[in-house]
Design a protein around this ligand. Structure first.
Ligand SMILES: O=C(O)CCC(=O)C(=O)O
Ligand SMILES: [Fe+2]
Length: 258
């Protein structure tokens, strides 16, 4: 892991257990970030990114993304980085986590142009890590750790319970959404994107959002997701859960045009 901040793994493990998140400055060097950014720019010159754009009463998403093998094949060092972050996550948590079986969900590059946003949500996977590649105006990540009444999966094993479970969970999520409720059960943390900063959160329990990006510079982040061995994401929708539903401008997968 070769980084002074990471030398005291036990302290980080304690902190992660206590707080349910970690923020690590300089997890990767500025030079590494610049190279990753360069490859992203190169990829954008030759490929169409997926525009995630949806505006619903309870959520607004507006950013561009590419996923899985498109990242691995075009962004040098991304597969190694994925393993390095996976090793780090396992070093600081007492639960074992592995890469998702669906790389399109497990590995993404998100480019958020000025004006772009990602409002309050939880993630489907247990561990979300976000590596910031550049400095931008706005675009802060705000999050409330341990801010969800999450129904235990064990109660809803039968297939026919999947829909009722989603419905009840949706209701529980609405309960904690008002600011006065979430501020009572959790404390908000804000992280301004800076090159090399890595944020680790428990995605299924952490209410989080990306504030509007301002200024002239697009916000660039890599998102690496992990979960417990055996959990499958093969049959869930890609692109942040909005698959091919209306309201999402995904006419095609990212394809090379040159
Ligand atoms: O870009 C970020 O800071 C967060 C992204 C996010 O919440 C997600 O990919 O689910
Ligand atoms: Fe998220």
């Amino acid at each position: 892991m070769g980084n002074t901040q990471i030398s005291d793994v036990q302290a980080l493990k304690d902190r992660f257990a206590r707080n349910g998140y970690l923020v690590l400055q300089s997890f990767v060097t500025r030079e590494e970030c610049a190279r990753l950014d360069e490859d992203i720019e190169e990829y954008r010159r030759t490929a169409v990114l997926v525009d995630v754009k949806t505006s619903q009463p309870h959520r607004r998403l507006e950013f561009s993304t590419f996923h899985g093998s498109a990242v691995e094949e075009n962004i040098r060092g991304s597969a190694e980085l994925n393993r390095r972050i996976e090793d780090f996550v396992n070093a600081v948590s007492s639960t074992r986590y592995v890469e998702l079986d669906n790389k399109d969900i497990g590995l993404s590059v998100n480019v958020t142009a000025p004006g772009g946003v990602f409002t309050w949500h939880y993630d489907r996977h247990e561990i979300t890590t976000i590596l910031y590649l550049n400095e931008v105006q706005g675009g802060d990540l705000d999050f409330y750790p341990s801010c969800r009444l999450l129904l235990p999966e064990a109660w809803f094993r039968a297939k026919w319970l999947a829909f009722p479970r989603r419905l009840v969970q949706f209701g529980l999520d609405l309960l904690v959404r008002p600011a006065w409720v979430r501020n009572r059960i959790s404390d908000m943390v804000s992280v301004a994107p800076a090159p090399g900063t890595l944020v680790v959160v428990i995605g299924t329990r952490t209410l989080h959002r990306v504030r509007d990006v301002r200024g002239q510079v697009a916000r660039k982040a890599m998102v690496f997701a992990y979960d417990r061995p055996g959990r499958t994401f093969l049959n869930v929708q890609d692109y942040y859960g909005y698959g091919n539903k209306s309201g999402l401008n995904t006419t095609s997968r990212p394809t090379r045009t040159a």
